[in-house]
Design a protein around this ligand. Structure first.
Ligand code: NAD
Length: 246
């Protein structure tokens, strides 16, 4: 696989799945731009990549502010005259019971996990249409298939991610823009480390492949879906979860 000269924008690229995805595209010679929530975390990720011998760019637009996102995407386009691949990966999770979940909690999840995807996608689509090619990939979750026992905002947001994926796939297919999602199972990142042990252990025991997923398992799925090997695949939610819960 070779992504030489391709420009890839990855939200939530500062750690976990996003950082590993950035690393994977850099290995394949892509030009990678990571988005994070803060200057500090973006700089930390860029220096980690630099120590490994990779050069990337980083920004920290407020993903909820369309104008800010649009300006940042324009800067990237102006630099390279192309945006080939957008990976909407930034996300937060939740596990509180409904009585303990505030309206603000629910709104925060929807703002980042759903509205931000709308904003970034809206900003890149004109450039992809102009090029008559492009790939938009979203990070969904296995909870978008099965739901989860508490933290209702999170699965609600990921069902919405699947809705955006399937709908944009149909809307943008005539412009040779493919839109797919990867639905990770339980992946070894900070997001999972923040969950209580008693919540994770029984889940791992139920995974038929017998292990927790690695960020590289998800990055590999993104590489495939972004590549020409997937040129006839659009509107798909690819489960990468070791058959958890099937
Ligand atoms: P993580 O917490 O390690 O990383 C989250 C990323 O999102 C970070 O780069 C962070 O900067 C960014 N982010 C968080 N809040 C932000 C904000 N307000 N504005 C901009 N960026 C923000 O998480 P991860 O496990 O790597 O998760 C990445 C994606 O994978 C998420 O969409 C998550 O829902 C999904 N996912 C993860 C798992 C898992 O088991 N880890 C499972 C299913 C789905």
């Amino acid at each position: 696989m070779n992504f030489e000269n391709k420009v890839v924008v990855i939200t939530g690229g500062t750690r976990g799945i996003g950082l590993e995805t950035a690393r994977s595209f850099l290995k394949m010679k892509a030009k990678v731009v990571i988005f994070g929530s803060k200057e500090e975390s973006v700089n930390k990720a860029l220096s980690t990549l630099k120590e490994e011998g990779y050069e990337a760019l980083g920004y920290y637009p407020n993903l909820n502010d369309y104008e800010e996102v649009n300006e940042t995407i324009k800067k990237i386009y102006d630099k390279w005259q192309r945006i080939d691949i957008l990976i909407n990966n930034a996300g937060i999770s939740a596990n509180k019971k409904i009585e303990e979940t505030t309206e603000e909690d629910f709104k925060n999840i929807m703002d980042l996990n759903v509205k931000a995807i709308f904003n970034t996608s809206k900003a890149v689509v004109p450039y992809m249409k102009k090029a008559n090619r492009g790939v938009i990939l979203n990070t969904s979750s296995m909870v978008s298939i099965y739901g989860q026992p508490s933290g209702v905002g999170y699965p609600a947001s990921k069902f919405a991610v699947n809705g955006i994926t399937k709908s944009l796939a149909r809307e943008l297919a005539p412009f040779n823009i493919r839109v797919n999602a990867v639905a990770p199972g339980i992946i070894k990142t900070d997001m999972v480390a923040s969950l209580k042990e008693e919540m994770i252990a029984p889940l791992i025991n139920k995974i038929p492949l017998g292990r927790i997923g690695e960020p590289s398992d998800i990055a590999n799925a993104f590489l495939f879906l972004a590549s020409d090997m997937a040129s006839y695949i659009t509107g798909v939610i690819l489960q990468v979860d070791g058959a958890a819960y099937n």
